[in-house]
Design a binder for this molecule. Sequence first.
Ligand code: DBV
Length: 246
Amino acid sequence: MTLYQPFLDYAIALLKERLDLSPYPIPEGFEYKEGTMGKGKKQEAVITTSYAFKSPKLRQIRAAHVRGGASLQVLNFVIFPHPAYDLPFFGADLVTLPGGHLIALDMQPLFHDAAYQQKYSEPILPIFKAYQQHLPWGGDFPEEAKPFFSPAFLWTRPQEMEVVQTRVLEAFKDYLQAYLDFVEKAEPVTDSQQREEILEAQRRYIAYRAAKDPARGMFTRLYGSEWTEEYIHGFLFLPDPLANAN
Ligand code: DBV
């Protein structure tokens, strides 16, 4: 069972096609990690693999792929732009648990003013609206997370795996293509005040995601808390937006 493998394959192929891509270092012990879930006959291996790249405008592109049988599949995929650009983050959290599927897909904004929304949300709204008809709002959502999402936030809990394999995959492809269109057009910000604001907004986002990572519980049960904290702070959500931003 590898529900999200086609998402990952598509993303990596597209990145290679559209960007000047180079590898980003993955600390030892994070590239491949194996653990077990459940007891006795229900015991199942859970494998987490990590992927990371960078490009001149994107300081870290990284994915975590968790494969643990039919009721545990996760692909968390985030793009962190170089802080010289006002680009949003690309954020995909694709999660399958015993209770069902949970899909979060967005270009997560640095700012919420009208000019920023016009630049980075309005062009996505037609795509968002086309999918939202079939992928309705997923309901309950942490209030404190709201500042980190855009008006084009696709948040849905499909009942059927087939919906994930079809519409969600298509939405993921369209969002990623549209994101790379933004990247292509992006010009470096020269104003030092604005640069500082971008850095602060990136730091806020990273700090929030590292502190509230919804996967913390799962990873801790699987691989222990030491590995989990190192994975979160040392790979998934690197604290310094200027590190490795050459
Ligand atoms: N989520 C991550 C990373 C994951 C991951 C790095 C590598 O940020 C997986 C793995 N997300 C993951 C898992 C769950 C969720 C849930 C395993 C299920 C947790 C559980 O039920 O045990 C969007 N992801 C969620 C939820 C939301 C998101 C809203 C529901 C849980 C909740 O209510 O907190 N994506 C998530 C989020 C932000 C984001 C909160 C905030 C900026 O980008």
